[in-house]
Design a protein around this ligand. Sequence first.
Ligand code: LLP
Length: 494
Amino acid sequence: MAESSSLYAPDWLAYPQEPAHLDPAIWEASFQRTASGQVEVDGLPVTQLAQDYGTPAYLFSETVFRARASRFRQAFEEAFAPYGGEVSVYYAGKSFLTTAVAAWAIQEGLYLDTASGGELALAQGAGVPGERIALHGNNKSAAEIERALTYEVGRLVADSVPELELIGRVAEGLGKQAPVMLRVTPGVHASTHDFIATAHEDQKFGQSMLAGTARLAGLTEAQLAELGLSQDDSYAAVALALAHQSPHLDLRGLHCHIGSQIFEAEGFAQAADRVLTFAAQMQEGLGVSLPELDLGGGYGIAYTQQDAPRSPEQVAGQLASSVMASCQRLGISLPHLSFEPGRSISGPSGATLYEVGTIKDIEVEDAEGKTRLRRYVSVDGGMSDNPRPVLYEADYTVTLANRAPEGQQLLSRVVGKHCESGDIVIRYCYLPADLKAGDLLLVAATGAYNHVMASNYNYVTRPPVVTTAVGGTARLMVRRETEEDMLQRDLGLL
Ligand code: LLP
C-alpha cells in the first residue's frame, strides 16, 4: 500500500487524503480544479493550453501578479502611514521580467528594480519612466552606468567605493549628477527557516559598516582626516564621505538586502536596526544627509506544505513597527522607506506545465535493508527550465492536471530529460499509481527564478511563457525558443 512508501517521504510530505485538492496556501485562486477533474488557470483548461502552446510551458497569471503586486504595495503603504512614513515598493525584476510584466508592475503603482543593463533595456522597451527604475549590481560596467544615467533612472545602488568612483566619473562625463544609494552589509545573513547575525559577513555585496574597516579603502591617515575620518571608522563611512564630497553624486541613502526566501521577521528587524543606527551615526558625525532607506526584498513563499509564509500585511506591519522602534530609540525621523519584493509577487503567479513521458519503477533498499519501490516520472523539460532543485535543493509541489488524481497515490520522483542524474524537478511527491505517458503535470509556484534562469543545456529549447487573465484569456508573452534561435549563434565554423 502507498503508506509503506512513505518510508521515503520527508516528514513534511503527508500522504494525500484528498489528492485532487489544491492547497490554497500553495496554489493561488487562479489555479482551480474543476468538476471535470482537470485544472484550469484563470478559467482556461490546461489541456487547451497544452494543445494551443505545447509543453513544457510556463503559465503566468496576470491576475495573480497584479493582485500580489498591488497587495504588497498597499500593505507597505498602510503599515507606515500611521507614522507619517512614505514608502516606495520596487518590484525586483530579476525574479521574472518581460515587457508586459514591467508595465503591469508600474500600472499597479510599483517601481522597478533592475540588476543589469539587459534588465534596464527591457524596462526601457516597456516604456517604464526612468524615475521609476533603480539599477543594482556589484560590478556595473561604465556602459551600464551610462545607459542608466542617460535614461535618468531614479537611483543607482552603488555596491562599493570603486563603483561610486566609477559612477562619479561617468556622471561627470555626461555632465550629470547621479542619484545614488550605498549598499551596506548589515552583518545579518538570513536564509530559509533561520537567520544568523554575525559580526563579520563574508559575502560579495555591500560595504562594511564595522568600525576599523576604513583601512581597507587604502587611503592614508591624512586622506582619511580630510574626509573627517580615521582608521577607526568603517569602509562604508569612507564611501559615504566620498559620495558626499563628489559634485557628481547625489547621495540619497542606504540600502541593504539580507537574503531570499526568508520567513522570519527577526532578521529584517535586526538588519534595519543596524543600518538605521549606522545612518544616525553618519548623519551626526559626518553631517551627511541620508533621507532614504531601502531594506531590499526576500519575503518567502510557500513552495510546499513545509513553508509557512507571513502575509504581506504581517511582513509590512512587523517591519514598520521594528523600523519605528529603532528610529525612536535613535531619536531620528523616519526616512523614506523602499522595499524590493520579487519572488513573493512573481513566484505564486506562475506554474509550469509538463507532459509525462517515460515512467520507470526501480527498487531501492531502505535503511533496514528492505527493498522498496521508487517511481521515476520523466517529463519533457527539467533542469534547463527550472534549475532551482539542482542549484538550491529547492522543493516544489506538483499535481496531475489533465484529470483528477484518484485511487492509490505513489511516492514519486519527477525528473527531467537532461543527461544528468541530478536533473530532478521534484524530489518527493505523491502521484496517482495509474499515471501514464501523455498525462499533464502542473508544478506550482515557478513564477520566480525559473524563466529568468533557464538555459539551453543539452541544446534543449526554452519554453514559452503564456499569460492568462480572469475571463479566460491566454496570450503568448514569450514565444517558445526554436532550434533555429538556439543554433544561430553558432557561426558554423568547421
Ligand atoms: N533586492 C536585491 C538587492 C536582491 O539582491 C534581490 C534578490 C531582491 C531584491 C529580490 O529578492 P526576492 O524578494 O525575490 O527574494 N536565484 C535565487 C534567488 C536570488 C535572489 C537574488 N537577489 C533563487 O532562485 O532562489
